[in-house]
Design a protein around this ligand. Structure first.
Ligand code: FES
Length: 149
């Protein structure tokens, strides 16, 4: 009995994994299995939390070193593709300056991860919007700091 339950669970897991791979493609599937850059960050220089129309939230954390992003991470309570998009969005932030961060759009995220099913494209736009909000928060904090100095 125990073994057949284990077999059933294994088959179920295999079929979910297979479906994910077929839906998202190899690169996004790998990222779904291993969502890099996931988690919060202490004292980020830029931070935003945005709720999408779907009701899910995305958070982006940015840490700058000089002009460029030295570290970035994300958190989401959303769907599998929001996790994939958040992970790619955070990765795309690293090494960019403020001007280059403005190039992170929903389209750019989708291009990076190899496309999304149409009904999930909004997840990429949510990640991009959150990056832009985090950048805005950084710019406000940065200009206040510059004025004080
Ligand atoms: Fe809400 Fe993907 S369905 S972020």
């Amino acid at each position: 009995m125990g073994e057949s339950l284990d077999d059933f669970v294994q088959q179920l897991q295999d079929s979910i994994f297979q479906e994910m791979k077929e839906t998202y493609g190899e690169m996004a599937y790998e990222r779904w299995l291993n969502p890099r850059f996931m988690g919060g960050m202490e004292n980020p220089d830029g931070y935003a939390r945005v709720r999408g129309k779907c009701g899910d939230t995305m958070e982006i954390f940015l840490k700058f070193n000089g002009e460029k992003v030295a570290d970035a991470s994300f958190r989401t309570d959303g769907c599998g593709s929001s996790m994939i998009c958040g992970s790619f969005a955070a990765e795309m932030c690293i090494g960019r300056d403020a001007d280059e961060l403005t190039e992170i759009t929903g389209e750019a995220i989708m291009e990076k991860l190899g496309g999304l099913p149409e009904e999930e494209e909004h997840c990429a736009f949510l990640a991009a919007e959150t990056v832009q909000e985090a950048l805005g928060a950084y710019m406000i904090g940065h200009s206040k700091k510059t004025k004080r100095e």
